[in-house]
Design a protein around this ligand. Structure first.
Ligand code: ARG
Length: 261
């Protein structure tokens, strides 16, 4: 995770960002800190990246890389405003001794990649259409040695995979079908017949931008309806308020890069 000390909306690279909206960085830090405490309270180790002035989106740590089985596939940002973030993530992984594979294709890390260790023997789901480019999916498959299923995102409001789909345990997902092309919806229905299906409202409240340990599902507090659906499916929703960061187009999952040994 990376503290939003320098968080601001200085440019607009997704439909949620409006440069005329005032951002309260102090409040953003407070809310983000509650998220960090929530994860620690659930028993997770949280490592911190040092936020850098001039990189207002650095709080969205999920975009910096994608890790599977101890191997790190690095990010290469689409927009130049965020390009320098990749080096900070790389330095973190290299200093910690992770196997790091530098990308040569545009991809935004866990923003567009999800991993399900028990689904079909270990499956990567990958989004394209807005940020990550299709050749990065093939590059990730070669880097990580896991099948990568390409899914096409079609709704600009849901410009990253992680605002439209999330793993809720090692083999199942929750997703909003309307964010995907008709063919990709068919693929998801075939692979995940027992998925929790979200709707437009669930997605608009950033409910899908969640992290789950298989039982506890940490999600944006605005997503009360989706929390109800997850509860009915046997999960334990843990709401966290992240209203300031929503102005940047992100929520819970965007703030967290998962480290998978
Ligand atoms: N303002 C950031 C951007 O548009 C938000 C990134 C959200 N991160 C995510 N994993 N969806 O790049």
């Amino acid at each position: 995770m990376c503290s939003p000390e320098h968080f601001a909306v200085e440019y607009a690279i997704n439909p949620w960002m409006d440069v005329t909206t005032a951002v309260d960085a102090e409040l953003a830090v407070k809310q983000w800190d509650r998220l960090r405490e929530t994860l620690v309270g659930l028993g997770h180790d949280v490592h911190l990246l040092t936020p850098e002035a001039g990189l207002p989106d650095m709080v969205f740590a999920a975009n910096g890389a994608f890790v599977v089985d101890g191997t790190v596939y690095g990010a290469q940002f689409k927009h130049e405003q965020r390009a320098a973030e990749a080096a900070a993530h790389r330095a973190f992984y290299e200093s910690q001794g992770w196997r790091f594979i530098a990308p040569s294709e545009t991809n935004e890390g866990e923003g567009d990649f999800a991993y399900l260790p028990e689904a079909h023997g270990g499956l990567v789901l990958a989004g394209h259409g807005f940020r990550t480019e299709l050749p990065a999916h093939a590059e990730a498959q070669e880097a990580l040695g896991r099948p990568v299923v390409s899914l096409r995102l079609v709704d600009p409001r849901f410009y990253h995979l992680d605002v439209a789909l999330a793993s809720i345990d090692d083999e199942n997902i929750v997703y909003f079908p309307g964010a995907f092309s008709a063919a990709s919806q068919k693929v998801l229905a075939q692979l995940f017949p027992d998925a929790v299906v979200a709707d437009d409202e669930d997605a608009m409240t950033f409910g899908l931008n969640l992290v789950s340990d298989g039982l506890n599902v940490v999600l944006n507090s605005e997503a009360t309806r989706l929390a109800g659906k997850l509860k009915a499916a046997g999960y334990h929703p843990v709401p966290v308020e992240l209203a300031e960061l929503k102005k940047g187009g992100g929520s819970v999952k965007c703030c967290i890069a998962e480290l998978r040994h």
